[in-house]
Structure formats: structure tokens, C-alpha cells
Ligand binder design. Sequence first.
Ligand code: UFG
Length: 327
Amino acid sequence: MTNVLVTGGAGYIGSHACKALRAAGYTPVTFDNLVTGWEDAVKFGPFEKGDLLDRARIDEVFAKYAPIAVMHFAALSQVGESMQVPGKYWRNNVVGSLNLIEAAVAADCHNFVFSSTCATYGDQDNVVLDENSAQHPINAYGASKRAIEDILRDFEASNGLNHVIFRYFNVAGADPEAEVGEHHQPETHLIPLMLDAIDGKRDALTIFGTDYETPDGTCIRDYVHVCDLVDAHVLGLKWLEKDKGSRVFNLGTGSGFSVREVIDHSRAVTNRAVPFNEGARRPGDCTKLVSGSTRAEQELGWTPTRSTLQTMIADAWKWHQTGHYDK
Ligand code: UFG
């Protein structure tokens, strides 16, 4: 079997990536410190507990498994928190990634897939973003991810580190078989918060701002199904194995949905009322983030199959009702 080191493999996106890698014939080796991840989510390959700030531990894992590639998901990802404690984000995300990149190069592992974000583009309201759009992040989370992109470029030049950078738009949904799903602690994302509100696990959802310059006044996002997203990662890995270059890909669908539209679809999918109220804007939110790129489809042959709002909410609802993790 061919080993792939998956940092953050116990997290939401990383655990789905492990399932996709396993299905594609790879062995995903999860490296995770379990600060935000769940050991119960590690189901598709070996687990190595470790922290990216511990370089010796990373070296040990490279020596043990000799992975042919790294998929790097591990990161802190709360935009609001990143503005309150930026040092935590720069240290964990940037220093941790630098350790990982240096360890990969030292171990002669030259294929690297990196989980980046549309938050690196910043607030370019009402612009459809493609990979050449300027990157002006407006929060420390996005800035930390952009810095890691820069580090990867430098290591490509100095050490031949081939890499694929995926800039995600809003990832949603869950494994349709509900083996893994979305579970953040604390939860800040729209769809899981709404599903909790629908079945009374928490109070009504608050819409953050109804006075944006959009048709219904609420923010617009480009939602992509987590299974489609991780399929792109497997294609990116195969591209690296074959083409040995470096490339940036946006992962979105080109369709934007407002918060009110997400609420309407959730009502239709679950056949339940959505308790919500209207509140103030959340600091740091952009009006509209939509990916206009088809690069991943054209160059990787990526074809999203589950990224309709209805399917994303239905899969998330199934996971919400049947799946769970315990610490
Ligand atoms: N929203 C609400 N109420 C809530 C939660 C969210 O109205 O209780 C709204 C937000 O204002 C936003 C939309 O729902 O308009 C989506 O919010 P999420 O928190 O689900 O997602 P974000 O767009 O804020 O964040 C996502 C990723 C981040 C990434 C960011 C890029 O979760 O990691 O996109 O902007 F950085």
C-alpha cells in the first residue's frame, strides 16, 4: 500500500479525505494532536498522535511510514478567534506548517497538498474570484494561510517541493454513509448550527446581518460538498504524482447562496421549522464570496456530484441524526 501522511486526519475535512484516499487505494496515516479533532473519526488508516510544533515527532512518523505525499489539513480555523489571539494562529498554522514542510523535504517526500482558503482573498465584495485574484486577507487566519502558500513556493524553488494548493470556499455536508461528519467544538458554521436549532439542541439561529447589498440583505457564500472537495484532493495527488509541478486551485461551485436561501432549503430538506432571528453583522464577514474558477474541472477533471444545497443539507442532516463522536 502507498502511504499518504494526512495532518488533521481526525478533523472534519481530513477525516473525509482519509476515506477518499482509502477508496482510491492509498493508506492514509493520520497525524493529529486531537485539539480540535476526534480520535473516533480516524477510521481508514493508522493514527499517530502528534503536534506539528514537535519537529522530532514529525520526523519519527516520516521515518516509520515513508509517505509518498503529504495532505496538510491541520490548522486552527476560526476567523473570529484569529483576530483575538493572532499569535496562536501564526504559531500553530505557520510555524507548524514550516516544521512539516522541512520534515517532508528532509525525508525526501516531495508531493504536498495544502488546504488553503478563500479567506486569503479578503474582502473583495461582489467580485467573482479566480486563482489570479489578488490576495488581501482581512483576518489573521487568512493571513496565516497565505503565508504558508508563500513558504511552499519558496521550498519549491529551493528544494523542488511539488505542491497543490486548494483554496476552499464554504465546505458543507457529510459522508453520505455517515461514517464521518462535521463536528466542531465550539461550532460556528451556519449549517450545523441551523440543524442544531431545528431539532432543539441549541437556541434559534441568529442571522448575522440583514442589511448587506445582496438581493435579500444576507451574505452570499459558495458552498461545496466535503466529499466533492476531498475528491479534488485525490485528483490533486494523482496530478502531482504524474506532472510534478505546482498549481493553485479554487474549490467552489460558482453558485452563491444567501443565508436566507440556506434557511429555506433546510426547511424543505428537513421538513421542520427553522427557528431564527435577525441580528447584527458579524465582524470580519464579507458580503459575497463566490468562486468563478473552473480550473479544477478543466485541469484535474474534477466534477462535483453532491454540491447542490439540497444534497449538502440532506447529508449533513443524516450525519446530524445518526453519527456522533465522543472524546
Ligand atoms: N452565519 C449566520 N449565523 C450564524 C453563522 C453564520 O448568519 O450563526 C452566516 C455568516 O454571517 C456567513 C454565512 O452564514 O454569511 C456562512 O458562515 P460560516 O461561519 O458558516 O462560514 P464563513 O463564510 O464565515 O467561513 C468559512 C470558513 C472559514 C473561512 C471562511 C472564508 O468556515 O474557515 O469561510 O471567508 F475562512
